[in-house]
Design a protein around this ligand. Sequence first.
Ligand code: SAM
Length: 440
Amino acid sequence: MKTSEILNKYQFHIKKKFGQNFLTSDYILSSIVNAAELNENVGVIEIGPGLGALTNYIAKHAKKVLCYEIDTDLLPILEDTLSEYDNVKIINQDILEADVNRDIEKYLPDCQEIYVIANLPYYITTPILLTLLERVSRIKKYIVMMQLEVANRLAGKTKTKEYNSLSIAIQYRATVKKVLNVPRNVFIPAPNVDSAVLEIKTYDKQQYFPKKEWFFFDVVRSAFAQRRKTLINNLINRFGPKKEIYEDILKEINLKTTVRSEELSIDDFVRLSDLLLDKLSSKELIDIVDEFGLPTGKIISRGDNTSRGEYTKIVMAVIKSNDEFLIQKRSNYKINYPGIWALTGGAVLSGEENLDAIKREIKEELNLSCLDIRLDKTVKSINQIRYFYTVEVDKNEPIILDFEEVSEAKWINVNDLKKYRLSFFKDDYKYLIEYFGLEK
Ligand code: SAM
């Protein structure tokens, strides 16, 4: 059946919010599947089967297909369009919330190799790829369609204008090759951008060994923060003002001090981040931790706050009245833990008091005002202190989200907490269980 016929038959209304652009060209569908070079030992994961067009081709050539589809309305259609196959399993779930490692064990146990083939929902292409590459090491190959511009970035080579932190994040773990350019007119509805299919093959063995991976990625992200600036100026913005530190390091790795970030290979970035980490490990330095208490970098402490022994602290704020409290979903733009549920939180800025930090964070992320703030618990570890507070807010105020930080926020009842368990940030969940005296 043709795409338009299926849409008519089921009176299906296309949902823009799920990035639904259905492929109509048999030539493109077969080219994608041919590029994967499937055989009867391969298990394929497909993200967003849609009406099942690509799934049909995959199911013919792979041992099994495991699909994640977020849109419940598509399930009866898929049951129909894929009825002739007994090797397809559809899971009705957001891929970013799925436990893919567990699902591979459960549904693809007898597959020797695992590939991903997908016409990805474009609004979350990078979180999907970064999350799977980092967490699901069994996936050996990805044949994935995405927006042309994103494809060019991911495949971007050193010294080109497409090369940036995203190119490095992917090429740190895999080789990337463009397989096919795809015009916009082979989709219903036609997107307003052209597309491309990439082959992403993960390395058999790890290729790069920075001393601290999180610090390496922090350096890479910071290096490309402002395109117009030189590498050194970007590093100064992130790690502190002592220019000589960076100049010495660049000389040591044979780079000009005026070098721009796009001129550095991944190996150069590994050397740079290792040397910077050593230099920053002196007494002068303070840790920066992200809102979950994970270290994301170090900064050189400035004279005005060393006397107070400043280092960045974390505030977790529970906002509740009676049994209701607010949970928020981390934006999919976040590199760390995109799309998971958590409590409201943030870092205390240098020189700032905890209470001011709480008020600021709650205003910035949710646009709410605080009525009452109480400290509940302090958790100390090597490089952070995390304070858990109860914060009461004016519940009648409308929540206005900062979408770069938070994609969704909800008031929930304590009794509903367990429903969120699997997609909740682990430490926050543990704290809430304790806080409300719930059984594990
Ligand atoms: N594979 C179909 C095709 O090529 O015609 C559909 C591709 S369409 C670009 C993207 C698909 O991903 C849609 O079916 C959409 O509902 C689904 N989707 C969007 N967000 C998703 C998510 N977070 N998890 C799983 N599926 C998602």
